[in-house]
Design a protein around this ligand. Structure first.
Ligand code: RP5
Length: 156
């Protein structure tokens, strides 16, 4: 099971890129809006109890002073993948730096800013689960094969 957390409902347009991939792969996932700053206690409680629901990987999306992925990682030993949301003021550079610049000891796998990062967060989560899940691994193989075929077909 993959847990997808976003800091605000306003992140959903970006995060839905990740959710679409999880749907396409038929992966089990749950989605939550929880904020490191606005709902810190609820976030901690959710992350600390997630293993009881079978969560094995977290995806955390936030923008601006994006503490979410780091705070999630501080409450779990499962892998945490961060999506830095693109922002109006700083184009997501703020989100990227706050997601990626974690102190030693609390790792977060930060993806790229915005929708490409969201899509990759889902694929990365599936790659982690695919280590022990042959069905997911073979779908990921097909994904790479299809991409290769479609690039090779391009004629200019
Ligand atoms: C972050 O603040 C959220 O992840 C969101 O990207 C940003 C702005 O949130 P809203 O003011 O739109 O709710 O915590």
């Amino acid at each position: 099971m993959i847990s997808v957390i976003m800091g605000s409902k306003s992140d959903l347009e970006t995060v839905s890129e990740a959710i679409d991939v999880l749907k396409e792969y038929g992966a089990r996932y749950e989605v939550k809006v929880l904020s490191a700053h606005r709902t810190p206690k609820e976030l901690a409680r959710y992350v600390e109890t997630a293993h009881q629901r079978g969560v094995k990987v977290f995806i955390a999306a936030a923008g601006g002073a994006a503490a979410l992925a780091g705070v999630v990682a501080s409450h779990t030993n499962f892998p945490v993948i961060g999506i830095p949301i693109e922002t109006k003021s700083l184009k997501g550079l703020d989100s990227l730096l706050s997601t990626v610049q974690m102190p030693a000891g609390i790792p977060v796998a930060s993806m790229a800013i915005g929708k490409p990062g969201a899509k990759n967060s889902a694929l990365f989560a599936l790659e982690i689960l695919g280590i022990c899940d042959k069905k997911i691994a073979s779908k990921l193989n097909a994904h790479k094969r299809n991409m290769r075929i479609s690039v090779k077909k391009v004629k200019i």
